[in-house]
Design a protein around this ligand. Structure first.
Ligand SMILES: *[C@@H]1O[C@H](CO)[C@@H](O)[C@H](O)[C@H]1NC(C)=O
Ligand SMILES: *[C@@H]1O[C@H](CO)[C@@H](O)[C@H](O)[C@H]1NC(C)=O
Ligand SMILES: *[C@@H]1O[C@H](CO)[C@@H](O)[C@H](O)[C@H]1NC(C)=O
Ligand SMILES: *[C@@H]1O[C@H](CO)[C@@H](O)[C@H](O)[C@H]1NC(C)=O
Ligand SMILES: *[C@@H]1O[C@H](CO)[C@@H](O)[C@H](O)[C@H]1NC(C)=O
Ligand SMILES: *[C@@H]1O[C@H](CO)[C@@H](O)[C@H](O)[C@H]1NC(C)=O
Length: 363
């Protein structure tokens, strides 16, 4: 016979297990993930719009590693957002344009390869950031109809909004077209447009924002291919740096202006740059040349042979490469970056990491 004290203790332990399991399920059901931005986050949006193969990745060898079919993701496997969903105990978040009525499960992905903060960036071929916000508004209306406005409101309010945007505004930046304005002013216009969308999400009820900074654009294989000795393209990296400084100050400002606004900023420039510069430290063999593509550094975006050029090279082991194609990380690099975003220190993600952002109860 066990003593009453022991039975009491056992009962208390079982009860606490049950309570924590219930809490786990509760949070799983409630904290949704809403994904916005460009090809780093696009899980197949562009499969559903009228665009060209340049803005698509729904053909082999894209997707070969994990999904074993091309989903539209610009990688051999999963994206950073797929790993973030996993760490947050959510299922893979589907493209909004792929979702059927009543199919809401854990979030929606609005991101579109090639998209920028500016409406003019790849206009007609992508879903730009403002349109992505409009789609969030449509989704909110549908959720209110399906589950009632109380529940819909809670899902929107407690959700995390994960955004990668800016790279395409700078890679398609043509100084000649913006002759009368300085680089600083151009960055200001990009940041101004991002700020407008963040405020729009806030007005919809969103409070938790996870912003991915612009990475070291000049060190992508496509940029290296354009320099004489294969070094990083200094001009592109300078634009990225200017953007990130302006973005972090815009986020700080929003936090003071908007009641309850909370954010994480992922320093993709520093973390990505470190992996590219010291690939072997992170278990990669190659940080400069892409796994898939053609020309110097495989920096020509011909991966898959569907973008006007049939011939291209493909490596055997994408996990040994930081870049899968001329401009996008391999699944393995995405996993490492996502881990830094999730539970990295302040040198990678600030003022809080995504684990803390997801957990925090909010105001
Ligand atoms: C939590 O969810 C899992 C899977 O959805 C289910 O098997 C389990 O019974 C749930 N636990 C509780 C306490 O509701
Ligand atoms: C799709 O775009 C192409 C080229 O821009 C155009 O010719 C075609 O009519 C468009 N199709 C639809 C259904 O909008
Ligand atoms: C947004 O971008 C447009 C150019 O596409 C620009 O004219 C406008 O001033 C920008 N808005 C803000 C708030 O910066
Ligand atoms: C490559 O060229 C750039 C200027 O175009 C120069 O600054 C850099 O030092 C060179 N790097 C190497 C490794 O030669
Ligand atoms: C990419 O490769 C094709 C075919 O070899 C060539 O016509 C094109 O100029 C290349 N583009 C770049 C940017 O190198
Ligand atoms: C960070 O999170 C990842 C994914 O959940 C996990 O594998 C890793 O052990 C964590 N690292 C630390 C230092 O907690």
């Amino acid at each position: 016979m066990s003593s009453p004290t022991l039975r009491t203790v056992l009962f208390a332990m079982l009860a606490s297990l049950f309570v924590s399991a219930r809490c786990d399920n509760q949070s799983r059901k409630d904290v949704a993930l809403f994904i916005f931005g460009d090809s780093l986050n696009d899980a197949g949006t562009n499969n559903y719009i009228n665009t060209t193969e340049s803005f698509r990745a729904n053909f082999p060898p894209y997707g070969e590693t994990f999904f074993h079919y091309p989903t539209g993701r610009f990688s051999d496997g999963r994206l950073m957002v797929d790993f973030i969903a996993e760490y947050a105990n959510l299922p893979l978040i589907p493209p909004y344009l792929q979702m059927k009525e009543g199919e809401f499960m854990g979030g929606a992905n609005f991101a579109s390869g090639g998209a920028g903060a500016l409406v003019g960036t790849h206009k007609g071929f992508v879903v730009d950031l403002k349109m992505q916000l409009k789609q969030l508004e449509q989704l909110e209306k549908k959720l209110r109809k399906e589950m009632g406005s109380e529940k819909a409101k809670r899902i929107i309010k407690e959700g995390v909004y994960l955004i990668s945007i800016g790279s395409n505004d700078y890679s398609s930046y043509n100084p000649a077209q913006f002759q009368s304005i300085s680089t600083e002013d151009y960055v200001g216009i990009v940041i101004g447009n991002i700020t407008t969308v963040l405020k729009g999400i806030y007005e919809e009820g969103g409070r938790k924002f996870a912003m991915i900074g612009v990475g070291p654009l000049g060190c992508a294989p496509s940029s290296r291919a354009s320099t004489r000795n294969g070094s990083c393209l200094v001009e592109a990296n300078n634009l990225a740096k200017l953007h990130n400084v302006a973005l972090t100050s815009a986020l700080t400002k929003l936090e003071t202006e908007l009641q309850g606004f909370e954010y994480s900023y992922f320093d993709f420039y520093t973390t990505g740059g470190e992996i590219i510069q010291y690939p072997s430290k992170y278990g990669f063999k190659e940080g400069k040349t892409a796994c898939c593509g053609s020309g110097p550094y495989r920096g020509n975006s011909t991966c898959g042979g569907r973008r006007g050029v049939k011939e291209y090279s493909l490596c055997r082991h994408p996990e040994k490469y930081v870049f899968f194609d001329a401009g996008h990380p391999s699944e393995r690099a995405n996993r490492q970056l996502a881990q830094l975003m999730w539970n990295g220190s302040l040198s990678a993600v600030r003022p809080r990491n995504l684990k803390a952002l997801f957990k925090h109860e909010g105001a």
